[in-house]
Ligand binder design. Sequence first.
Ligand SMILES: Cc1cc2nc3c(=O)[nH]c(=O)nc-3n(C[C@H](O)[C@H](O)[C@H](O)COP(=O)(O)OP(=O)(O)OC[C@H]3O[C@@H](n4cnc5c(N)ncnc54)[C@H](O)[C@@H]3O)c2cc1C
Length: 823
Amino acid sequence: MGIIAFIATLAAIWYLAYQGAGATLWVSLLLGSLITVTLGTDIRWFISTPLWILASSLVLLLGVPRLRRKYITAGLLRQFRKVMPPMSDTEREALEAGTVWWDAELFSGKPDWERLLNQPHTHLSTREQAFLNGPVETLCKMLDDWKITHEDQDLPPEVWDYLRKERFFGLIIPEEYGGLGFSAQAHSDVVIKISSRSIVAAVTVMVPNSLGPGKLLLHYGTPSQRKYYLPRLARGEEIPCFALTGPEAGSDAGALPDTGVVCQGQWQGKTVLGVRLNWEKRYITLGPVATLIGLAFKLQDPDHLLGEEEERGITLALIPRDTPGVSIGARHIPLDIPFQNGPNRGRNVFIPLSQLIGGEEYVGKGWRMLVEALAEGRGISLPALAVGAGKICSRHTGAYAAIRQQFNMPIGRFEGVEEALARIAGLTYQMDAARRLTLGALDIGEKPSVISAIVKYHLTEGYRQIINDAMDVQAGSGICLGPSNLIGRTYQALPIAVTVEGANILTRSMIIFGQGAMRCHPWILKEFAAARNPDRKQSLADFDHALFGHLGFLLGNIARSLFLGLTRGRFSATPVGGSVGRFYQQLNWMSAAFALAADIAMMTLGGSLKRKERLSARLGDVLSEMYLISATLKRFHDDGSPADDLPLLRWSCERSFYRMQESLRLLMSNLPFRPLSWALRLLLFPSGLPWTEPDDRLAHETAQILLHPCDSRERLTQGIFHSDEDDFREGIIEQAFRQAAVVAPVEKTLRNARRAGALGAGDRQTQAREALEKGLISEQEMRELDKMRMLRRRVIAVDSFEQYGEQYLLHESAHNPEQVAQS
Ligand SMILES: Cc1cc2nc3c(=O)[nH]c(=O)nc-3n(C[C@H](O)[C@H](O)[C@H](O)COP(=O)(O)OP(=O)(O)OC[C@H]3O[C@@H](n4cnc5c(N)ncnc54)[C@H](O)[C@@H]3O)c2cc1C
């Protein structure tokens, strides 16, 4: 009886912890267990009496708030205040900016899948779709990227005019101000399509619609600023830039040394109250051609013209280019991707207070304004550029691998190349899924600062992997630049995507978990807020509530991790069955495991976790991979669960689970307090480490999607510029790709004949003729082979240039079908 009661009590403890039960149930369990032990066993009075006294004291101490706060919470609060990491105002503002969304659900230890799947799948409106099919398509056809990047180092005037005329600079500006008022989804789709023709053009469109004067004015501008500037920005009458970075303030942008001093000065012939500015900025996109500079600086009010405070903090202003004292126009050359980018400076530039974004009300709130705008913008522009790159490589490099032959075989059939192709396809699928999920959140009004950092980092890192793989697959044809090379400039642009809007090392090491832990954890921010509250009584009451909530959360995650680890997620909630349902269940397990690991790391390291960037980064990786998997599952669901996309889904989920496991393993083996990391290992992975990289068979199935015309390939690459026309390189590749599928059986016949010794020595064309003479292939098949040979020559041709003095002029061979035929 004693043993049974003991096991039943343990099971009940585990169950209550697993379910996150409240205090009443815990007290009931305690009393129930004691009554059972006292009445149901022959326990002696001198053992049961102290047990009852202990239990009653515990119930009193924990159950009566006044006692609990006085004897337990107050001491813990003092300790907490001692280890609490210091936080600057800028850090606090960054933390408080934006919202939490699905990231908090992943941190909860038991994500609500219905919430994810019920989130509406965003569709483009008819107007948005018409814009993509009309002006964006026309723009794509106007763009000659080689001329832009190599010859002109700028967009041609007619493209600048077209961008203005069709309101490309006003995608996010509401229609009432003359803009297009598009959703985040449409904005992203426009950038993807343009980037598939020219990254210079895509960046030029991206920047005015991203973090810049337009967005800031929309959110914070005074009515008169909006009325004046937004229509001008939408029509492209003003070209904006936003200047935050300077020589001394890069990643640590909040430390900017640029100043503005409140004083009287001259503006349009009148003496007015304003700000005298001095600044030095660099790397500013669109700066060289901008007519309106959004500027971040620190405002000082030494003469108290605005109020008591002298140091007013980071403030934002709009500076017309022609304001006296402004120097602007020089250009940087960002890795031969010649979008307009350059330094600018101001010496004693005077502006009236009416040029401060948001007017006096927003003085000193610049950092928060920027972080909030970034929480949105970071989720749109660079993820779109990265997904665009993934789609380009999936479509064109995949096709190239089906067309290009070596050792008498399409190179895509070699296992080594397949491995790279599987990564290109699987990552593109997952990255696009994450893009779509994030845009959906933005379009329902969320400003998910942690998620936008996750997609900025992981999608640009995915871009890095994909473009390197594509370069390996295309080899010489990817390296030699010229009009025929569709991936060279995308390769060169990668470091730009990695560096801007939060350089990636910093984003991974400091931002994703650094912000994520505080923002998404259900209790930590509440504990911090309570500990900082100067009202001592309220502080103690709030801290008490948060602390015991946190304790329940911790116990729940211990119970869930252990159980889900033993069963590898089985029996936990999943919205779908079968093999896809297992991914949801495994994610339930990882959600609990992550929440527990994060708590343990924070409890043992306290404020020093912030400096332990490697540990913090690994925790961020786990949160990120969970987000990527849930986005992938959501995408599969939203697309109607097409069976032929299963390899893409499985490849990306299996890779993410493996990466998550490795991050947790490295985290555990680097936690400073060893016994705790052993205990954690036991709680998180009680049945061992289950995941490996996707296996060879799955990689083969995934790569096949890029090597043959199929619906899955169309879905994967949907949204980039397509063409069947001879005038476009994309069209030639597409024709050759389809022809490769037509001749694949004929080539197989020839390969078999060759192996069987039925064909003599000679090149492939001679052997084909011999096969025709011997009746192994038909006349029609011979014609198809000839057509393929011509198309293949055109696809594998690279550009060469005649050198005339200083200049290189394009040698036509890669473009001219007749020359190709003769060669
Ligand atoms: C092409 C281009 C366009 C740009 N456009 C604009 C623009 O329009 N407006 C604008 O204001 N700025 C712009 N920028 C600036 C951009 O945001 C900065 O380059 C970026 O913030 C990084 O600053 P930095 O280059 O000075 O690198 P640094 O700050 O010197 O960083 C160097 C490295 O150290 C890492 N690092 C720094 N601190 C930490 C840390 N605490 N933990 C871990 N790693 C850390 C960084 O991740 C990076 O890898 C642009 C930059 C480029 C290159």
